[in-house]
Design a protein around this ligand. Structure first.
Ligand SMILES: Nc1ncnc2c1ncn2[C@@H]1O[C@H](COP(=O)(O)OP(=O)(O)O)[C@@H](O)[C@H]1O
Ligand SMILES: [Mg+2]
Length: 326
């Protein structure tokens, strides 16, 4: 909220999340804070949508109850993948009801993994879950734990300093090691004294797990981690550690990785094997779309595509719009 106090949508999400967590007074307080900021900075009132939300929170309207989204949001321009999206959403709804775990999308580049994660994130947000997203990047120059650092710093930007401090709890100082942005958001937070490397590592993994547990104790959380094929050793370890503590929490860890790229050593493969043994972990394999779906996809551009042309395109691309068969 600090970087964008005027973003009303985020304030709305915060108010709703607080209310659904049984903290009506804090939800109303958030509205009061926004009204004050807007009045000071722009001399205007909050928009009609937020004023309405304020009213229904005051009235404790039953319409504010959490409603999981049982069906995929078949938005315009989205084709096929109904089955996979249903599985993803079902998994998220279970997590939102306290049966947390891990779901992973696997497939070749361009097959639609990131797109499906995005759809899931949109549905989770629409159900008022907190969505935290990070991704791995290719190359040895990327800092270790990069996606988790992105997620933790991103959360810091989303909530008030007071909320951030409460959620970090005792884990705060250790997490500044991978997310130094926390020290800017909470200037009184200081990195802890150094330990032996293995103790240091354990403290960090544990701090991350504590933090995600604290946030998911208040509200449903979707943790999205993309491009895991490029996970560094620290990220793979943290993934496994956080996954292990998801069990009875309102936390779904949703990741995606390419099946065509395997690093040496296979850090992700090792973490995957361990997660499947230790956690409720589902792997969904995205396969190429058939000619009918590929046809709809290409017709989206407005061009007439006959079924024979759709078949030819599907054969050429292997049902993957982004990568023609070589
Ligand atoms: N089911 C789908 N319907 C419409 N467009 C899609 C679908 N799946 C993927 N796309 C589009 O195809 C491209 C590649 O998808 P992306 O999700 O980035 O692939 P991946 O993450 O597997 O490499 C993107 O432009 C995306 O918007
Ligand atoms: Mg992708």
């Amino acid at each position: 909220m600090t970087s964008g106090p005027l973003r009303e949508r985020r304030w709305g999400q915060l108010m709703l999340a607080l209310y659904r967590d049984g903290r009506q007074a804090e939800a109303l307080d958030a509205f009061g804070r926004l009204r004050q900021i807007l009045a000071q900075d722009l001399g205007v009132d909050p928009g009609a949508e937020l004023r309405h939300l304020h009213q229904v929170i005051l009235q404790q309207s039953p319409r504010l109850a959490w409603h999981p989204q049982p069906r995929p949001t078949a938005g315009r321009g989205y084709f096929g993948r109904g089955h996979e999206m249903s599985r993803l959403l079902r998994r998220f709804n279970d997590a939102a009801a306290g049966q947390g775990g891990v779901v992973l999308l696997a497939g070749e580049p361009g097959i639609g993994k990131s797109h499906a994660l995005q759809q899931l994130a949109d549905a989770a947000r629409a159900g008022s879950a907190i969505v935290l997203a990070g991704r791995c990047v290719e190359g040895a120059w990327a800092p270790p734990f990069r996606p988790f650092a992105e997620v933790i710093a991103g959360y810091g930007e989303l909530v008030s300093p007071r909320q951030l401090r409460a959620d970090l709890g005792l884990a705060g100082p250790a997490l500044t090691r991978i997310a130094p942005r926390l020290c800017e958001l909470l200037p009184d937070l200081t990195p802890p004294s150094a330990l032996q490397p293995d103790e240091e590592q354990f403290r960090l993994l544990d701090a991350a797990a504590q933090f995600f547990m604290a946030v998911s104790a208040r509200t449903a959380v979707l943790l999205v981690l993309d491009d895991l094929q490029w996970a560094d050793a620290g990220t793979a370890m943290m993934l496994r550690h956080v996954a292990r503590s998801c069990g009875h929490r309102r936390l779904l860890l949703a990741g995606a990785y390419r099946t065509t790229e395997t690093a040496t050593p296979d850090l992700l493969g090792d973490a995957l094997g361990a997660m499947q043994a230790e956690t409720e972990c589902t792997v969904i394999r995205l396969r190429p779309l058939g000619p009918r779906r590929s046809g709809s996809w290409w017709r989206r551009g407005g061009a007439p595509v006959s079924s024979s042309l759709a078949e030819a395109i599907a054969a050429h691309t292997g049902g993957n719009r982004s990568s023609p068969r070589r």
